[in-house]
Design a protein around this ligand. Sequence first.
Ligand code: NAD
Length: 350
Amino acid sequence: MIETLQDKIISWDGESVVVAYDQPTGTWIFIAIHNTTLGVASGGTRMKSYNSPVAGLEDALRLAEGMTYKWAGVGMSFGGGKAVLAVPGRLPTRERDGLLDRYAERLKSLKGAFQTGVDMGTTPEDMIRIGAISGHAVGVREGQSADPGPYTALGVFVGMRAALKYHFGSESFESRSVLIQGLGDVGLPLVDRLKAAGAHLFVSDIDEAVVAKTVEETGATAVAPGTVYDMPLDIYAPCAVGATLNPDTISRLKCAIVAGSANNQLESFSDAKALQDRGILYAPDYVINAGGAVAFGHIHQGERDERQLEAAVEKIETALNDIFSEADELDDSPSRVAHRRAKRFLDEQS
Ligand code: NAD
């Protein structure tokens, strides 16, 4: 059966969905507000080309729910929401700018019911543009755009520390082998932090130029994309795309820990159990990759001191310490524990 936009919305457990169509560019706009128990719905704006409008809506609904758990997982006062601009293809700059302006007008009309930041396909500069019109962009400081990547990298770094401590009894990175898959906004600052901490670095990316540059600058060892899952490692850090943890890869993995920034790392929820059964410690993605969201949330609430922002992000280490301990006590997977903790937090606040 082919599902329609209507079917998707009917079967969703979120609060509301704004659906609009941008005539000049042929773009479907979906703003999904999943749960506002903790505060105003806040999440990124993704601009992407999908096979169908339904696929774009589906992404918005799934990502908005993910934001509810991300905010609850780190105990921040924001609700879960996400926007998707399902563009028909790559737009020329003028058309793209026009679309963003009209999208910003729609956000303005929502009068703060949804506030947004960068996501796949949008840039910090886009947020300045959207913020100037709508007044509801996060991560823009004094008219300057901030990059969430380094904050997300810090969160992943301290999350890895929690995982090392739990798994090996020592949080030291000295000589620990770590493979970073994806050398982008998060992967590159993460490489720098790991190098400074003394880790033995392996790097992989489909972009050969960025791999060559990173190898030259850091002395890391390059790994071909096809062999990432067969490498004996202490930590595998997925920082590129989702669903890299699936029945095929999990049976091949030879790492002790999976800890990285990518969203939706598990292809399906049962993969968490498969990792647990193989004795591989998995740091739930929406907790370990919340650093950018945490920092931007604090910036939005008026925090300006860089050290305070970093301290807020570093609390991800405590959250993961607690999740790993509870998983150990209950002989459960960290994913299930994280989900239950977030739900508990939401219930307590409602
Ligand atoms: P990015 O686009 O800046 O970088 C991604 C990198 O991964 C690129 O260098 C790309 O060439 C590479 N890549 C793509 N497909 C690959 C593959 N199959 N194998 C190896 N490399 C591949 O993205 P980013 O902002 O660094 O984000 C990385 C991941 O973390 C994404 O899944 C993103 O959703 C997630 N995330 C990012 C942030 C953030 O603050 N940027 C926050 C939370 C989650």
